[in-house]
Design a protein around this ligand. Structure first.
Ligand code: ADP
Ligand code: MG
Length: 598
C-alpha cells in the first residue's frame, strides 16, 4: 500500500464511524481519542522529531482550554474558531517563554524544567480563582458552530475533530518530508554537526517548541468546547504521562503512530475494565515490553511490514551536472583563511598557542602534528564550535571569532569531524540534504502548503545532494541508514555532506583514518578533484604519504605551537620536524612512497 493511499483509507474508515451505531459513551471516547491524538502528535513533534523532552504538556493543554473557555463562556459557538486560534497563539507564546530559558538545557534538565512548568500551571488553574474559578471550573462553554450549524452531537463533534486531526496529520507529514523535518532530525541525532551544516539550531528548537505548544493549546480549545466544562484536575501531570505513553506505544518519530497510540490507550482501560485491579500492572508491563521490544512503536511495526511489501523502485542517478566552477571564486593566491596569534586554553592547558596560519585560496594546506598538538582544536575554533581565548581568525576577509557555527558554515566554511558525527538514523541522502541550500529557499508556510516554490526548492536540494554524493562515490548508498554503514563509508558520507554546503573552504579532520591503501588512493583522487573545482582544502591527517602527495603547503604543530611550515619537500628535510615528529624511519618510507606515487 502506498503512502498516498493510507490517509485516504483512514479518512474512509473515519467517515464510517458515525454509522457504526456506537453508544453515546463510546462515541465520546472516540472523540476524546481524537483530542488525545492532537496532544500526542504535538508531543511527538518535540520528542520524536527534535529529540526534546517536555513533561509539561498538560500545562499547554490547559492554557489552551482555559483561553478558549474564557473567550466563549456563555456565548456563541462561533467563538470556537477565534478561540482555537487564540488558544494556539497564547500557548505558542507560553512555549516561547518556556523555550527561551530552556534552550541550553538537554535531557533530564529539560525534563525537570518542563515538569516544573506543568506543576506551576496546574497550581495556577487551581488557585487563580478570579480567572479560572478554581475547583468549580468553567461551565457553559458552547459547542463549536458554523453559521447555521452546531456541532452539538457526538457524531458531529467527531466529524469536526476528525477533520482537524487529518489536517494536522497532513501538515506534519509535509513537515516530516521537508528540509525542516530533516533539520529537526539532524538536531536530534547530532546537534553540533547540525550547526556546522548551517542549521540554525536555537531558532529551530524554539520554533518546534512553540509549534508543539501551540498544537497542544489548540487541542485544549477543542477539548473545552467538546466537553462544555473544564476544571483543573484534567490538566495535571497524569495527562502528560498518558500522552507520553501514547507516543511511545504508537511509535515515536512516526507520523501516524501517535494517533494509533492515542486510540489504543484511550480504549485500553475500557477493554481491560474486567480486570481493573490489574490494569496498572498490565499497563506498566505492556509499556516496558513495548520500549524494549518495539522501540519504533506499533506504527513502526506496521510500517516495516508495508515497506517490505512494496520494495522501493531503483532510481537511475541523475546526470552529473558538476558543481559550478565559481564556487571558490576567491582569486587564487589570496588568503582565504587567516589566523593570527590564535590561542585556546582549556583550564591550565594551552591547546593552541599563538598560532599564525594562512590558507591560500585554491590550495590544499595540510596541518600535521602528533596527537594532542591542537589540530582538531584549531578546526573547532575556525568552525565556531569553540571560542577563541586569544588572537583572531578571519575567513574571506571577515572575522570568524564570536560567530555561531551555522553562520560560519553558511559563509562557506565546511568541515568533517575526526570522530564521525553523522545523523545516524537518517539515510545517506538525508544526511547530505541537511547541508544543501537552495538559491530560493521556501519558508515554513510554503513548505506546509506544498507550494510550487517549495517543490522547486526540494527538487533543487535533491539535485545538489545527488551531485555531492556522486563526487564522493556514495550515490549507490543513498537509501542506506548511515549508522548501518562501515566506518570508511561513513567518512565519505561526512565529506559529501560537507561538500553539499558548496563550501569555499573544506576542513577535513583525519579523513583517511582507518582506510586501507586502496581506499586512501581513492581519497587522494577525490580530494584533488575537489581542489580542481576551486574548493580550498585544509587537511588534518596522520597518513604522511597521503599528505606528501596531496599538500601544496604543510604546517607542523607540536604542543599547540607551529614548529615548521613549507612545501612537502621543505618539511621532509626540515631537521626540527624530523626530530620532533616524523622520525627517520618514517621519513624514508614516506620518501619512497612519494617517489613510487610520482
Ligand atoms: P589533535 O587533534 O592535534 O590530536 P586536539 O586539538 O584534539 O589534538 O587536542 C589538543 C589538546 O587539547 C589535547 O591535550 C586535548 O586533550 C585538549 N582538548 C581538546 N579539546 C578539549 C576540550 N573540549 N576540553 C579540554 N581539553 C581539550
Ligand atoms: Mg584531532
Amino acid at each position: 500500500m502506498s503512502r498516498r493511499l493510507l490517509p485516504l483509507l483512514l479518512l474512509l474508515l473515519a467517515a464510517l464511524v458515525p454509522w457504526l451505531g456506537l453508544s453515546t459513551y463510546t462515541q465520546r471516547l472516540v472523540n476524546l481519542g481524537l483530542v488525545f491524538s492532537l496532544l500526542a502528535i504535538s508531543l511527538n513533534l518535540l520528542l520524536g522529531y527534535a529529540g526534546q523532552i517536555s513533561l509539561g504538556h498538560a500545562g499547554f493543554f490547559g492554557i489552551g482550554a482555559y483561553t478558549a473557555a474564557l473567550l466563549a463562556e456563555g456565548g456563541s459557538g462561533l467563538l470556537f474558531w477565534p478561540g482555537l486560534l487564540l488558544a494556539g497563539l497564547v500557548t505558542g507564546l507560553a512555549g516561547l517563554a518556556i523555550g527561551l530559558p530552556t534552550l541550553r538545557l538537554r535531557g533530564h534538565y529539560l525534563a525537570l524544567a518542563t515538569l516544573g512548568f506543568g506543576e506551576i500551571m496546574r497550581l495556577l488553574f487551581f488557585n487563580w480563582r478570579e480567572v479560572t474559578r478554581g475547583m468549580d471550573g468553567i461551565s457553559g462553554i458552547p459547542a463549536p458552530a458554523l453559521p447555521g450549524f452546531a456541532f452539538d452531537t457526538e457524531a458531529r463533534l467527531f466529524g469536526l475533530a476528525a477533520v482537524l486531526v487529518a489536517l494536522v496529520l497532513l501538515l506534519v507529514r509535509r513537515l516530516d518530508g521537508s528540509k525542516y523535518g530533516r533539520w529537526l532530525a539532524a538536531i536530534r541525532d547530532a546537534e553540533l554537526a547540525a550547526g556546522t551544516c548551517g542549521v540554525n539550531v536555537p531558532r529551530l528548537k524554539l520554533g518546534v517548541f512553540m509549534g508543539s505548544a501551540a498544537l497542544a493549546g489548540a487541542a485544549g480549545a477543542l477539548y473545552a468546547h467538546m466537553m462544555t466544562f473544564i476544571s483543573p484536575d484534567t490538566f495535571g501531570f497524569e495527562v502528560t504521562a498518558q500522552v507520553l505513553s501514547m507516543v511511545v506505544v504508537g511509535g515515536i518519530g512516526t507520523v501516524a503512530g501517535p494517533v494509533l497510540g492515542a486510540f489504543l490507550l484511550t480504549f485500553l482501560p475500557e477493554w481491560l475494565r474486567v480486570s481493573n485491579a490489574y490494569y496498572q500492572l498490565i499497563y506498566g508491563a505492556g509499556l516496558a515490553l513495548m520500549i524494549v521490544f518495539l522501540p519504533a512503536g506499533l506504527w513502526g511495526l506496521v510500517r516495516s511490514k508495508l515497506r517490505r511489501a512494496a520494495p522501493a523502485l531503483l532510481v537511475e542517478p541523475p546526470p552529473l551536472a558538476g558543481l559550478p566552477a565559481e564556487i571558490g571564486a576567491a582569486p587564487a593566491d589570496s588568503a582565504l583563511l587567516d589566523a593570527r596569534g590564535v590561542t585556546r586554553r582549556f583550564g591550565g592547558l594551552v591547546a593552541v598557542d599563538g598560532l599564525d596560519l594562512t590558507v591560500q585560496a585554491g590550495s590544499i594546506h595540510a596541518l600535521i602534528g602528533p596527537n594532542g598538538s591542537g589540530k582538531s582544536t584549531f578546526i573547532n575554533l575556525a568552525s565556531g564550535l569553540y571560542g577563541l581565548s586569544g588572537g583572531s581568525i578571519s575567513f574571506a576577509g571577515r572575522p570568524v571569532g564570536g560567530a555561531r557555527p551555522w553562520a560560519i558554515a553558511q559563509a562557506g566554511l565546511a568541515r568533517s569531524f575526526q570522530n564521525l558525527r553523522l545523523f545516524g538514523s537518517l539515510t545517506v541522502e538525508q544526511n547530505v540534504l541537511v547541508a544543501c541550500r537552495a538559491a530560493h529557499p521556501a519558508g515554513l508556510v510554503r513548505v506546509l502548503l506544498a507550494s510550487a516554490t517549495a517543490r522547486a526548492e526540494e527538487a533543487a536540494l535533491r539535485a545538489a545532494a545527488a551531485e555531492a554524493m556522486q563526487a564522493l562515490g556514495v550515490w549507490p548508498l543513498r537509501d542506506r541508514v548511515v549508522k548501518t554503514l562501515p566506518h570508511e563509508q561513513q567518512r565519505m558520507v561526512e565529506i559529501a555532506r560537507a561538500l553539499a554546503m558548496r563550501p569555499r573552504l573544506l576542513m577535513l579532520d583525519e579523513p583517511a583514518a582507518g582506510m586501507n591503501p586502496s581506499e586512501a588512493d581513492q581519497l587522494v583522487t577525490r580530494i584533488r578533484a575537489l581542489r580542481d573545482r576551486g574548493i580550498t582544502i585544509l587537511l588534518v591527517e596522520h597518513n604522511m604519504p597521503l599528505v606528501m602527495r596531496l599538500a601544496d603547503r604543510i604546517t607542523v604543530l607540536n604542543f599547540g605551537r607551529k614548529v615548521a611550515e613549507g612545501t612537502p619537500a621543505e618539511i621532509r628535510s626540515n631537521p626540527a620536524v624530523i626530530e620532533a615528529y616524523l622520525g627517520r624511519r618514517h621519513l624514508k618510507q614516506m620518501t619512497a612512497d612519494a617517489a613510487a606515487a610520482g
